[in-house]
Design a protein around this ligand. Structure first.
Ligand code: SAH
Length: 375
């Protein structure tokens, strides 16, 4: 069922006016429209919200990442000043937990300039409140390009999954003579019943086709492929940034280790999956991250790539179980709660396997803590 949200009304008018829009444009409006978009109009996180993330599940997640930051800072040669940038910081919980752990190395803490990149003014206010309590000086930047060119550690948890994707449908499979498959863009259109998907009659341009990620097996008629131009733009930026100064970007998100076919757009409301068009602007909208495509692009740009590794392997390598033991020592009554949290973060049937960590570094750095080798 489709609810006629204020954004649905606007989308229908827009489509009637100028024709179907790309899935990327649909996602951008749903998530970020300043008046009717999802993020700017609410705090969506936590048990009272629509979804819950790893740092919201347990302080141990951010604390482990704090240790990762200390080691990465040492790997960069312990610069006297560096930027610690968080992309899409939500309620600021992960940064607060990281900073607490980073206090183990006060020189690291005092060298870091904290920059938050957050599209939602509502969430910026929540971040200011959370981090105000930790006493840290924090600044916000509109975009990563605006951050100064000091050495830089960039972290994004569940950031890439909300960047807008484009979708393509295979309209002709590749044949035995190696003529490549053709693809047409899938768009959001509308009819008297509401919003619906449609596929362009025309195939995409040869130039766009060239940029699609390699896949195995070869595409068959009807297969759906997704790309994320904003993520590709981010990797492009890292290439320049990490050429000029040491740096690392760590992405933790959900998605397969290899490029797969299939429609992965997912709308969530009150922790339940709902239809993509059920409540535009009023439900969260994400897509799986294509880690293989990002890793291939980063490697081709001359950057070092570690992972993707499963979240469970990554957090275990960072010592999350030892952290749990020390928390339990201080508060034995909390055992059931802490064990439940660990289970959610590490169990392969929970977040442990689907969620992965990928690190992209300037070429001259050693393998990052917790992510030993590239794949
Ligand atoms: N990292 C947090 C929040 C994840 S939700 C956590 O793990 O709890 C996604 C976050 O990214 C939100 O803060 C959302 O407002 C932000 N966001 C989404 N698209 C963005 C964009 N294009 N630029 C900056 N922030 C964005």
């Amino acid at each position: 069922m489709q609810t006629e949200t204020p954004l649905t009304t606007r989308l229908r008018a827009k489509i009637a006016d100028t024709g179907p829009i790309s899935v990327a444009e649909f996602m951008t409006l749903c998530l970020l429209d300043p008046v009717d978009g999802y993020y700017p109009t609410r705090d969506p996180l936590g048990s009272d919200g629509d979804f819950i993330t790893a740092p919201e599940i347990s302080q141990m997640f951010g604390e482990c990442l704090g240790l990762w930051v200390i080691q990465s800072w040492l790997d960069m040669g312990a610069p006297e000043q560096f930027n610690l940038v968080e992309l899409g910081p939500g309620r600021g919980v992960m940064m607060a937990d990281m900073l607490r752990a980073m206090a183990l190395r006060p020189e690291c803490l005092s060298a870091c300039n904290i920059v938050l990149i957050e599209a939602s003014a509502a969430l910026q206010a929540v971040q200011a409140k959370t981090l105000g309590r930790s006493g840290a000086a924090v600044e916000w930047a509109d975009r990563i390009e605006a951050v100064n060119d000091d050495p830089c550690l960039i972290i994004g948890n569940e950031y890439l999954d909300c960047l807008p994707i484009r979708q393509f449908i295979c309209t002709r499979a590749s044949d035995q003579q190696n003529v490549p498959a053709t693809w047409s863009e899938r768009r959001v259109g509308a009819d008297e019943n509401g919003l619906r998907f449609e596929t362009d009659q025309q195939p995409i341009s040869a130039a766009l086709q060239q940029t699609l990620p390699a896949t195995h097996p070869d595409p068959q008629l009807g297969d759906l492929l997704e790309i994320c131009p904003a993520a590709a733009q981010l990797i492009d930026h890292l290439k320049t940034r990490f050429m000029d100064a040491a740096g690392r970007a760590l992405f933790i998100d959900y998605g397969p280790a290899r490029t797969e076919f299939g429609d992965t757009l997912q709308a969530l409301k009150r922790h339940e999956k709902v239809g993509t068009f059920a409540a535009p602007g009023d439900s969260d909208l994400t897509a799986r991250v294509d880690f293989a495509a990002l890793a291939a692009q980063a490697r081709a740009a001359g950057l070092s790539v570690s992972g993707p590794h499963s979240q469970s392997n990554f957090l275990r390598a960072l010592g999350i179980e030892a952290r749990a033991v020390s928390l339990l020592r201080g508060n034995p009554d909390a055992k059931p709660k802490i064990m439940r949290q660990l289970h959610r973060l590490l169990d392969p049937n929970e977040m442990g396997a689907l969620f992965k960590a990928l690190c992209i570094s300037s070429a001259d750095l050693p393998a990052p803590l917790g992510l030993p080798d590239g794949v």
